[in-house]
Design a protein around this ligand. Structure first.
Ligand SMILES: Nc1nc2c(ncn2[C@@H]2O[C@H](COP(=O)(O)OP(=O)(O)OP(=O)(O)O)[C@@H](O)[C@H]2O)c(=O)[nH]1
Length: 989
């Protein structure tokens, strides 16, 4: 508050200046006129005088009507464009009958002719009021305790904190509402604003303050706390209300609420009404349609408090809330429970919280600016926009502890899907992955392991999704179990493994009585062949796996489907690298081994040496007291072959190899290719059941009906039982070697599974393609500096493609990288040539040829197609290409050494060292090093090289010379000057 002119004050309180001057005079305050200034002290004095006078404004016959109206504005929100200004208008109207006790006012309204002497009634009325208040206070206290205990029981500590926060807001709001309350008399409305507390007098009353001298009980009630109530508070300046979209809500309290509150003080009644209004506003808001249609006109918040009800005019609390009424209207430190109107407002701790959307600001908040205890500041009441938003969420409680989610991760998952599962933003996942060194985008798929890592990094739990494996999937789809069928003995599947040229193919050839080895390009086996052989001792199926290192992958595959491994070791060569590898595979697969020591017919065959070497590699042969059978053979002469077959069948017998025969077939793809005129051809080794022509076959992600089957000799067959290899025609495309094969009876199911697998493969490929760890990133950066040899591989069979890929990719070095831009089975087409052109790739045609169009395209565009049938040649050629891309190696070659015998000074050259060439020659044009005690102290070049007084180009050993070193003047006697040459040496891969 501050000093103010009388006329200004009169204007503010809406009273004639003369009247105010008169009141000032009556109060003993001398002022010179309307322009005179009055101080705060004078204002208080005037207020005290008015209170003492207790003058009602208008008696209206034998009734006193008190009207109070206050308007204020409140700005809420975070400021800026988001701020909302809310008009708050609080109206109070009371009608009293003089001489009637407050408790009897309703009666008095009906029978106004029963006055009561004020002087005598005043004290009892006050006593009655106090007792009622106490009773109510006790009731409220009991209820509050009950609520508090309920809250404690439920353990909602966080909610309590929230309540406290809300309570502070509500208290501020209530304080604002209660501001008019301290009116000293019913006839006087204390208008509290930033400048003064001033009684408002109707203009119609000539001397309103002093004219009504008869005190009425309500006066006593109203002034029960005069000191507290007259505390001036600062009120924010009134602003013009923004036309914000309002949401009018009208709440009418029931008559019962009036009954309940009829005996309360004006303040308490107001609290009750305000609480009811707040609760009703909240209830109404809950009922309101989710999408608010804003109204153009501002609907000010209005609370009409008719706290003294007349029987025919029940108490009406009308709340018009703008847009989102913030039910900030609440009691301060008191708790009021208005059961009849379902309003529940409790104070600190355990208060029922009212979550009302409130972006619009505090509706019904009355006069803002007064905090409990006075001295309120506008800011204290100004709701925080964020807080408002929180309040706007019904029933939502912001978690104070991190929420740990537990999710299941499939084989691959797209980043956005993972974010959705974790209910977080995808950017958070991307950030976390960046921290982990992975650069991803929202639409990229990541593999299961990475997804689990990221999830755990983000503080959640993840576990791999239990996806049905193929067996379970198939069992579910087929709806049958092979164990339902009777199992019968089946032939063993034998894989021959060993080092290159130790005689694998020759052995098989001898057994089959055919000469497969002779027909092979380059004399080596290029891919897995499966052959079933009927011997005198029984049927045996052989997988002829190649021995070259490039086919390791295929050999592994062979080991998976095999029952026995023949480890072939040439007697004249002993255990070689691939022999060791084969031993590892056999052990890893847990497959019994039979050692065949081959080439015993050759001179230089050393059986003991072979056995000794085998034992060194933990192959405990029977000959050396172990359990691994050893058979000495000659694939050339056939010596020992029968014994080998006998041994194989013996070992198979021990294994008790059985399989159901009448069941639908299952097995593995041994090899697959696309052949002209035949389409996809898959070599299938039946594992169990019987494969028949016309069967619906599912091979990995391909399926189709068996159109035709051929045995290893190319003869058509109608069926193939367990352990029998057949070439199958009729699949949609060539499957992958190693794919599982199963016969289904429902084409739709087969298609579904095939598509599912294809999808999975695609996802896996996609995930593998895009997961790039930071180290990979740097590798990529480094790789971008590397020279690249792009190759496009086309081969006759899948196994050759894989072998070539593996071998060529392994050629990559730090400086030259081999990139396989594409690979596939089949001849070279025009699109292959186009691709090779686009990617500047070297085309490798392995055992395939080019069609006429492709040939023409290649010729027209100068694309070279390299044809091969031997893998070594491919590797050597690519190595040569790579070597051509290598930057030459720079080597230093020693040229000569000179000893410094003396040091001179020359006006032209500066320091000159007198030297003797002790080794080689010193050449003027070559770089030199100055050595002191064999330590290089300077690297540079010569300024001059002189022999006597002549500049020379070269000085040989045993000759003296003068040397001036360029940019170096610290050559000392005893130093050595070394002359050397840098040469570039071409490198090879
Ligand atoms: N003297 C003699 N030569 C043999 C014997 N077995 C194989 N050879 C010869 O050894 C060479 C290699 O035989 P292959 O059967 O092609 O050897 P491999 O292990 O199949 O070789 P890859 O297919 O390259 O893995 C051939 O020249 C055979 O004639 C044998 O028992 N005695």
């Amino acid at each position: 508050m501050s000093d103010i002119a009388v006329k200004k004050l009169a204007e503010i309180i809406n009273a004639p200046v003369e009247v105010l001057l008169k009141q000032l005079q009556d109060a003993g305050i001398h002022v010179d006129g309307p322009d005179a200034w009055i101080t705060d002290a004078q204002k208080f004095k005037l207020l005290a005088h008015i209170r003492q006078g207790a003058a009602p404004v208008s008696t209206g016959g034998n009734k006193i009507t008190i009207k109070r109206r206050s308007t204020s504005e409140m700005t809420v929100g975070a400021g800026g464009a988001r701020s909302k200004t809310v008009s708050v208008e609080v109206r109070h109207k009371k009608t009293f009958t003089p001489g009637v006790k407050p408790a009897e006012q309703s009666v008095a309204a009906e029978a106004p002719s029963s006055p009561a002497p004020v002087a005598s009634a005043s004290a009892p009325v006050a006593g009655a009021r106090l007792s009622r208040t106490e009773e109510l206070a006790r009731q409220l206290s009991a209820e509050r305790q009950a609520r508090e205990s309920a809250v404690q029981k439920s353990g909602q500590d966080r909610r309590q904190q929230e309540n406290k926060r809300m309570e502070r807001q509500a208290a501020a709001a209530t304080a604002a509402v209660a501001t008019p309350q301290p009116a000293p008399t019913p006839a006087v409305t204390a208008v509290v604003n930033e400048v003064a507390v001033t009684p408002v007098m109707p203009a119609s009353a000539p001397a309103p303050v002093v004219a009504v001298t008869t005190p009425v009980p309500e006066v006593t009630v109203a002034v029960s706390k005069p000191q507290e109530s007259v505390k001036p508070v600062a009120v924010p300046p009134i602003k013009a209300a923004e036309p914000a979209p309002p949401m009018p809500v009208t709440v009418t309290t029931s008559t019962s609420s009036a009954e309940l509150t009829e005996n309360l003080s004006a303040r308490e009644q107001r609290e009750v009404v305000v609480a009811a209004a707040r609760e009703e506003a909240a209830t109404a808001l809950k009922r309101r349609p989710s999408k608010l249609k804003p109204k153009p006109a501002l609907a000010p918040v209005e609370v009409v408090d008719v706290s003294e009800p007349e029987p025919e005019k029940p108490v009406v609390a009308e709340v018009v809330v703008e847009k989102y009424p913030e039910a900030a209207v609440a009691s301060d430190d008191k708790r009021v429970d208005k059961k009849s109107s379902k309003a529940k407002v409790t104070g600190r701790g355990g208060r029922e919280e009212l979550h009302v959307p409130s972006t619009g600001g505090g509706g019904g908040g009355g006069r803002p600016g007064k905090k409990k205890g006075g001295g309120g500041r506008r800011d204290a009441f100004k709701p925080d926009s964020r807080q408002q938003q929180n309040n706007a969420k019904h029933g939502f409680e912001k978690p104070t502890a991190p929420v740990v989610k537990e999710i299941e991760i499939p084989t691959t998952i797209v980043v956005s899907d993972l974010a959705q599962k974790l209910a977080i933003r995808a950017t958070d996942i991307i950030k976390a992955m960046m921290k982990m060194g992975m650069m991803m985008t929202i639409n990229q798929a990541i593999d299961q392991d990475t997804a689990i890592l990221v999830t755990e990094e983000l503080g959640h739990k993840a576990k791999p999704m239990q996806e049905m494996d193929d067996a379970a999937l198939l069992a579910a789809m087929i709806g049958q179990d092979v164990t339902d069928y009777e199992s019968k003995p089946r032939p063993p599947v034998v894989t021959i493994m060993g080092h290159v040229d130790h005689g694998k193919t020759s052995l098989l050839d001898y057994i089959r009585k055919t000469r497969v080895a002779a027909g092979e390009a380059g004399g080596i086996t290029q891919h897995i062949g499966a052959y079933h052989v009927d011997t005198d001792h029984g049927t045996v199926t052989f997988l002829d796996t190649p021995g070259h290192q490039a086919f390791t992958q295929m050999r592994e595959r062979g080991a998976k489907v095999t029952d026995i491994i023949i480890l072939i070791v040439a007697a004249d060569d002993g255990v070689m690298p691939q022999t060791k590898e084969a031993i590892k595979h056999a052990k890893a697969a847990g497959v019994p081994m039979v050692v065949a020591i081959n080439k015993i017919d050759k001179q230089g065959a050393d059986i003991d040496r072979v056995l000794s070497e085998l034992s060194q590699h933990e192959v405990n042969t029977e000959a050396w007291g172990g359990d691994v059978p050893v058979v000495q053979i000659s694939a050339k002469t056939g010596q020992g072959i029968d014994a080998l077959l006998e041994t194989l069948l013996l070992v198979a017998e021990v294994q008790e190899l059985t399989a159901p025969v009448d069941a639908p077939a299952t097995g593995h793809v041994i090899e697959a290719s696309i052949e002209k005129g035949r389409g996809a051809v898959a070599t299938v080794l039946v594992r169990s059941g019987t494969l028949r022509r016309g069967d619906l076959l599912l091979c990995g992600s391909e399926y189709g009906r068996v159109r035709a089957m051929f045995d290893e000799t190319g003869r058509p067959v109608k069926e193939a039982g367990p352990s029998i290899p057949v070439a199958v025609l009729g699949l949609s495309a060539a499957p992958e070697a190693g794919d599982e094969v199963v016969v289904l009876n429902d084409e739709r199911k087969a298609r579904e599974i095939a598509e599912l697998r294809r999808e999975k493969q695609r996802d896996t490929r996609f995930a593998a393609q895009f997961v790039s760890k930071s180290e990979d990133f740097f590798t990529q950066v480094k790789a971008s500096e590397r020279a690249q040899v792009n190759v496009l591989i086309k081969a006759d069979v899948q196994g050759s493609v894989e072998a070539l890929r593996t071998e060529l990719l392994n050629l990559s070095t730090d400086e030259v990288e081999v990139r396989v831009v594409a690979s596939g089975v089949g001849g070279i087409s025009a699109s292959d040539v186009d691709l090779a052109m686009a990617s500047k790739a070297t085309m490798i045609a392995f055992n395939v040829r080019t069609d006429a169009t492709a040939r023409k395209t290649a010729a027209d565009n100068g694309v070279t197609i390299r044809y091969y049938s031997i893998i070594y040649e491919v590797i050597d050629d690519i190595k040569a290409v790579m070597s051509g891309l290598l930057s030459p190696e720079v080597r230093e070659v020693f040229v000569g050494l000179a000893e410094v015998r003396d040091v001179f000074r020359s006006s032209a050259l500066g320091q000159v060292a007198g030297c003797l060439v002790v080794d080689g020659a010193m050449r003027r044009s070559l770089p030199i090093r100055v050595l002191r005690d064999n330590v290089v102290i300077f690297n540079g070049e010569l300024e001059s090289l002189r022999r006597h007084r002549d500049d020379v180009k070269e000085v040989h050993m045993g000759t003296e010379c003068g040397i001036a070193v360029k940019d170096y003047n610290d050559v000392r006697k005893g130093d050595n000057i070394e002359c050397y040459e840098r040469i570039e040496v071409a490198r090879k891969i």
